[in-house]
Design a protein around this ligand. Sequence first.
Ligand code: SAM
Ligand code: ZN
Length: 262
Amino acid sequence: MQLSDLLRCPSCRGTLDDKGSKDGSSCPSCGTAYPMRDGFYQDFAPEIIAQSGFGQWVLESRPGVAIYEKYLRVSFVRVMGQNWDGAFTPALEDAYLVSHVAPVDGPVLDLACGAGRWTRTLVETFGPERVIGLDLSHTMLERTHRLLNELTLLRGNATQLPFADASLGAVNCSNSLQLFPDPEAAIAEVGRCLKPGGTFTFFTFRKSTSPAYRLLQGPWEKITRVQAFHEEDLRSWLTKAGFLVTDFSGPKLIIQGTAVRG
Ligand SMILES: C[S@@+](CC[C@H](N)C(=O)[O-])C[C@H]1O[C@@H](n2cnc3c(N)ncnc32)[C@H](O)[C@@H]1O
Ligand SMILES: [Zn+2]
């Protein structure tokens, strides 16, 4: 299937004209234009200049993105996931993706792909023509483009995805649900865009049940404007979005999960 067949106006879900052309496209129904930026990605969130919150501000800044994977992400996972011994490694994340992402026919979306380290794992597993990276941060997309320069990249908002209903084969979302202002709405969007049988894999964080650890995790959530989850909330949002949860695991405060679209 061509990318142009999958794309829809994120605002009104209308079919786009000039889909994916060099000049981008626009929606005949609501009149919104979705321009190409820097020749390598189409912008499906042109109305969002910068999302609020210190965490997202860092993830859109050049210095922040330059040190994101090597330093910021490692420290973030250490505090939020209680990964003080470093036992939860990038290689374990790779292994989880390889064993749990199980697409039905259709593209594999890396939702909030960031700087692309785990998008690359999906590309190595499913091939570059099958993977799409989407993120809200221009600077992150630039970084992923440098790493995977043939990959289809889109700028977009997790709560208004630019895809047709039941068009994607699988969706992965690593280390990002906690950052979305409305994670329940993002999960509902993933449910709308996934084909029946396709997997949704995610890696995020539990709220600690230890009052002592909450003294650290709580302020860290406030400073970086993220939220750790109660497992029951995630499960109920997934169920409401039409998913069957098939795995809920991960050490300490780390959640690795897989849900299959019914
Ligand atoms: C902590 S990073 C994770 C990146 C990558 N998946 C990883 O595991 O390293 C979170 C990403 O979510 C993106 N993001 C934040 N809000 C978003 C939204 N509403 N829609 C799409 N992406 C968003 C940020 O720009 C950032 O790249
Ligand atoms: Zn529209």
